[in-house]
Design a protein around this ligand. Structure first.
Ligand code: GLC
Length: 644
């Protein structure tokens, strides 16, 4: 049962969509006012586990760290980083008296969770916050209650569950042809290719560089014939360029965020100096969302929204006027350049000027909402949309990727640990840049990462400009890549079913093991996850490892796929040492459960999702199938398959 206490006059974020009963006071936290802040404290028991916080570093268990919810563009993040691209202020404390808490404010929230063994959680917010507490029978039911409060997660079309290839640096049509040919000629499945900023005319939103794409509409159609969709990027900042329709309209209607003088705020991002659309205003969201029409009219069915924390390279305010001028070391300390800028521009909310800093964490979420609400009107079918920045509530409008990571093993481990926390906060359609964004990805790392990403709803290989070419076919021994990526397609009847069923029933698609198994090992494990109702994964995430130790909380079916066939073996509860070759993926099917697998294909358009075989020892499986596009996603599309 959820109850809320409102402090001050918090900004209505729209995260919660169901009515919540008011309580006199909080049940789990003591509150103190300190200057202009509120400090909430809660004692932890020695064995309590703290789950949650969505896109954050460190463990599945958040004990032992400080975390700051303040959306930040940090391409060099590591486990010492405080803030990433999204803010998801929900935790569940699991232990003797399990409870959940959501701190709903678009401003900064600081979480000290058992820092230096303090034995307490200390949450610091500004004076305006809505705190929702939930009690329940355990971490899992509490997380589900939270999911039901925040509303149904975004469901993209089936093709968005296929494999996507991306690279910052594909410029012209030929580059996209090379990717399409590279995958098709090497028989490695592919469904979509991202268009990064170079498809635009000088990085100006809603433009296309016509020298590079003389007939984008024709090209989109031609690639679609081959079962490949193009997914262009849209950035938050609109280039200051009189004559450009988006800019002109934004200026004419006063749709941009303003500085202290009431003039449009200027900040530099990829296109140079830009203005930021004021997504807090419904009329501005409608206008900006409608701009996507310029690309949907060309046949585009999916987008990624970027730089929407918003990322700022430099601004007039901070006095640095050339992107090539590095930010002085003294200014880099503690605060990024952008943090200073966040105190220098305003939104118009119901006619009132609101300082960006106070509502910062909602900016990217509202860009996603702007795009999603209009795309829903512009397109007859479901579309793909994922964003870099987010806040709880944005999960109803689109998915997210976890921002700029790196091509190293720590980032793979972080991806594994982050997935269940993201799911707790509604972001079911999520995933990391497979292979890593910054740095050069080795063959071994890419194969191991793909083997894990096979199970994440968003499966996209993406990397930065100037890094080693990271498409699967660039590495020797293509059979290994065929094997791993084709498994994804064979598993799609399961992945798609579990995803849609989770979205429809306020459930998680990826869970920590400790949500369903309560032995000490399961509660502690950081590198094994439950995927849907039937599967446990235990990815290999160590460099040079020939396999790994797996903890089996129960008897299960061990499934090994090597590119040719599935081998299934009943394995007992307990610890198990397994070998996993680079071309193999091993996963587990829980006792009494099954997993439908199909033949696979080079793209989802060619996939026969109804011709399936059930693996595992269960008798029946509730399978969700539709045409992959329909907006009418409902339980009525679930059929029960029985073992013959
Ligand atoms: C940002 C994005 C990254 C993209 C790059 C260029 O760093 O996070 O994914 O490739 O900008 O657009």
């Amino acid at each position: 049962m959820a109850k809320q206490v409102i402090f001050g006059t918090p900004y209505e974020t729209g995260a919660i969509v169901k009515p919540v009963e008011q309580a006199e006071g909080l049940a789990h936290f003591e509150v103190n006012e300190q200057a202009d802040k509120l400090v909430f404290r809660c004692k932890l028991d020695k064995n309590d586990i703290v789950y949650g916080l969505g896109e954050q570093v460190k463990g599945i268990n958040k004990r032992g760290g400080r975390y700051v919810s303040y959306n930040t563009d940090d391409p060099n993040h590591n486990d010492g980083s405080l803030s990433l691209y999204g803010s998801h202020n929900f935790i569940v404390v699991a232990g003797r008296k399990p409870f959940g808490a959501f701190f709903d404010t678009p401003g900064k929230v600081v979480w000290d969770i058992d820092v230096d063994d303090s034995g307490e959680i200390v949450v610091t917010t500004d004076q305006n916050v809505k705190v929702v507490e939930m009690d329940g029978d355990g971490a899992y039911p509490i997380a589900r209650e939270f999911l039901s409060l925040i509303g149904r997660s975004f469901i993209p079309p089936l093709w968005a569950f296929g494999f996507g290839q991306s690279r910052w640096g594909y410029k012209r049509q030929r580059d996209f042809d090379n990717v399409a040919d590279g995958y098709r000629n090497n028989n490695i499945p592919l469904d979509w290719i991202c268009m990064d900023i170079d498809y635009m005319d000088r990085f100006i939103d809603f433009t296309v560089n016509v020298k590079r794409f003389p007939d984008l509409k024709g090209y989109v159609a031609a690639l679609k014939q081959r079962g490949i969709r193009l997914v262009p990027i849209i950035d938050a900042g609109v280039k200051i360029e009189p004559g450009n329709a988006t800019y002109d309209e934004g200026i004419k209607n006063g749709f941009f965020c303003t500085n202290h003088e009431g003039k449009p705020f200027k900040a530099a991002v990829w296109p140079g100096m830009t203005h930021f659309p004021d997504f807090f205003r419904p009329e501005c969201r409608e206008w900006f969302g409608n701009e996507y029409r310029k690309l949907t009219e060309l046949g585009i069915e999916g987008f990624w929204n970027d730089m929407n924390e918003p990322a700022i390279f430099y601004s007039e305010y901070t006095g640095i006027t050339n992107s090539l001028t590095p930010v002085p070391a003294s200014e880099q300390e503690k605060e990024t350049n952008a943090y200073k800028d966040y105190r220098n521009f305003y939104h118009l909310v119901d006619g009132r000027r609101v300082l960006h800093e106070k509502v910062h964490n909602l900016y990217g979420a509202l860009m996603t909402r702007a795009a999603s609400e209009q795309l829903d009107k512009l397109l007859p079918d479901r579309f793909l949309l994922f964003s870099r920045s987010s806040y709880v509530g944005a999960h109803r409008y689109g998915g997210i990727w976890t921002g700029d990571n790196g091509s190293d093993w720590d980032h793979l481990a972080r991806n594994v640990r982050m997935m269940p926390s993201l799911n707790m906060c509604g972001f079911l359609y999520s995933g990391a840049d497979t292979g890593g964004f910054g740095g050069n990805c080795s063959r071994e790392l890419l194969l191991r990462w793909l083997a894990f990403s096979c199970f994440t709803p968003l499966m996209r290989n993406h990397t930065a400009i100037l890094t080693r070419k990271q498409e699967c076919y660039r590495y020797g021994g293509k059979e290994d890549f065929q094997s791993v990526v084709s498994l994804r397609y064979k598993l799609l009847p399961y992945i798609y079913s579990e995803f849609v069923k989770a979205a429809l029933s306020s459930d998680m698609y990826i869970k920590p093991l400790g949500f369903e198994y309560f032995d000490e090992r399961s509660l502690a494990v950081q590198d094994q996850l439950l995927v849907g109702e039937s599967v446990m994964v235990a990815p290999v995430i160590e460099k040079g490892a020939k396999g790994r130790k797996v903890w089996l909380p129960d008897e299960m079916t061990e499934v090994r796929y090597d590119g040719n066939c599935f081998t299934c073996e009943r394995v007992p509860m307990g610890e198990r040492e397994i070998k996993v070759a680079l071309n193999e993926v091993v996963f587990y099917i829980r006792k009494g459960k099954c997993v439908p697998v199909c033949k696979g294909a080079q793209c989802t358009d060619e996939l026969n999702m109804t011709d399936v075989v059930l693996l595992g020892d269960g008798k029946q499986y509730r399978c969700y199938t539709d045409d992959g596009f329909t907006k009418d996603v409902s339980e009525s599309n679930i059929v029960t398959l029985s073992r013959k």
